[in-house]
Design a protein around this ligand. Structure first.
Ligand SMILES: Nc1ncnc2c1ncn2[C@@H]1O[C@H](COP(=O)(O)OP(=O)(O)O)[C@@H](O)[C@H]1O
Ligand SMILES: [Mg+2]
Length: 378
């Protein structure tokens, strides 16, 4: 008998593991099947990859071909082209001969070469001769449009972890190049998504940047408690255990509805509990999860300055705005309001906090819980 885990974390939630997001899915589906470029933004582990995979998995049309590219590993323009070309060639056909033919006919200027591993259908790599002086990049950026025309199809190209391009050398120039090629394509729709909200906003929501108004900007929200509770309860029930609605909402509360932590904590509660979940099971599961993550949190703390740490402690203590107030600065030893600004910037860059107007939030809800337990104020 196959044993199924009732919860999933650490990889995209698909099928029965996926919950809610009906409106987001509808909007994204409509966009991607009607040629509207879309940008999807949220902090890490809220559910962007899961949502995009679900939506492209449900596009059931012979005239639309989705391509999924994760650029997390790409550290340069060159690596981007490489990942881009490989994914497009591979995912637009399931025939090996066609890959080779496509590469040869569309990438003539860069002499593409294939090397195949033991399982050639899943295991191939593409290499090409690269001369940054001649603009070989444009050839690669044109590839989806040319392929779409030849195959009389429409491509939906999804670029995960797109914020990575902000770190490339001369990123702005690269962004200009992408935009200038992509904006003329008639048969390709782009879906770009990523975390590090400040970086994504910097690329897409700044009037002076090439990608300003490139497409529909979607900000993903957290899945609300009303959606999580029935999901958690039914997962327990289907697997022969039971949890109360109150206990399920405690799971949401502690994790502040951060999707991957909700699923992770639910899993720990599930395996610890007998048939019926007790409050003590929930309490112990929280302790366990914090303990499991302790090394990461400690490592994070080691890399913070004292003021940065004090700022995070302020947030963990429940303060969300007014950091420049005298009594806050004194109580949490934040030094000065100029210092507060500098610290905010640094923490934003480390992706530890998010700023929404006047409101500042701690991105990692469990790190926050853990810090809270380490800190006492009189
Ligand atoms: N719609 C969803 N329903 C249930 N769980 C989800 C959903 N979206 C995300 N999750 C949970 O969050 C985790 C991270 O999701 P992911 O899509 O990888 O986030 P992101 O791409 O924003 O970093 C998943 O492994 C899963 O545990
Ligand atoms: Mg993701």
């Amino acid at each position: 008998m196959a044993i199924e885990n009732p919860f999933v974390f650490g990889k995209a939630a698909e099928g029965a593991y996926f919950t809610d997001r009906t409106e987001d899915a509808k909007r994204l589906h409509a966009n991607l099947t009607h040629g509207i470029n879309t940008i999807l933004i949220s902090p890490r582990r809220w559910g962007k990859t899961s949502l995009v995979k679900k939506v492209i998995g449900e596009i059931d049309r012979p005239d639309i071909t989705p391509v999924f590219i994760d650029i997390f590993q790409c550290k340069s323009e060159y690596e981007f082209y490489h990942a881009f070309a490989s994914a497009i060639i591979k995912q637009t056909s399931s025939r090996l001969e066609e890959w080779v033919e496509t590469a040869k006919s569309f990438l003539t200027n860069i002499s593409p070469k294939f090397s195949f591993g033991p399982d050639p259908m899943n295991d191939f790599s593409l290499s090409f001769e690269w001369n940054p002086k001649e603009d070989t990049g444009a050839d690669i950026l044109q590839l989806p449009e040319r392929l779409a025309q030849k195959k009389k199809t429409h491509l939906v190209v999804c670029l995960d972890e797109f914020q990575q391009i902000a770190d490339f050398d001369d990123s702005l120039k690269f962004q200009k190049k992408l935009r200038s090629v992509w904006q003329h394509q008639q048969n390709v729709t782009y879906c770009m998504f990523g975390s590090k909200k400040h970086l994504m906003e910097n690329i897409f929501n700044d009037k002076s940047k090439p990608f300003y108004k490139f497409g529909d900007l979607m900000f993903l929200k957290k899945i609300p408690t009303e959606e999580w509770v029935p999901f958690i309860c039914s997962k327990f029930q289907e697997s022969g255990k039971s949890i109360s609605e109150r206990q399920a909402s405690t799971i949401c509360e502690v994790t502040e509805n951060l999707s991957s932590y909700v699923q992770h904590l639910a899993w720990v509660v599930w395996y610890k509990a007998d048939k019926v979940v007790t409050d003590n099971d929930v309490k112990e599961a929280i302790d366990d999860l914090l303990e499991q993550n302790k090394v990461f949190f400690q490592r994070e703390v080691e890399q913070l300055s004292e003021r940065q740490l004090n700022f995070l402690r302020t947030l963990a203590d429940g303060v969300t705005s007014g950091f420049s107030r005298k009594e806050i600065i004194r109580k949490y030893r934040l030094e000065s309001s100029a210092n507060v600004q500098a610290v905010k910037k640094a923490l934003l860059k480390k992706d530890l906090i998010d700023v929404d107007g006047q409101r500042i939030s701690f991105n990692d809800s469990l790190f926050k819980q853990w810090l809270k337990r380490q800190t006492y104020y009189d």
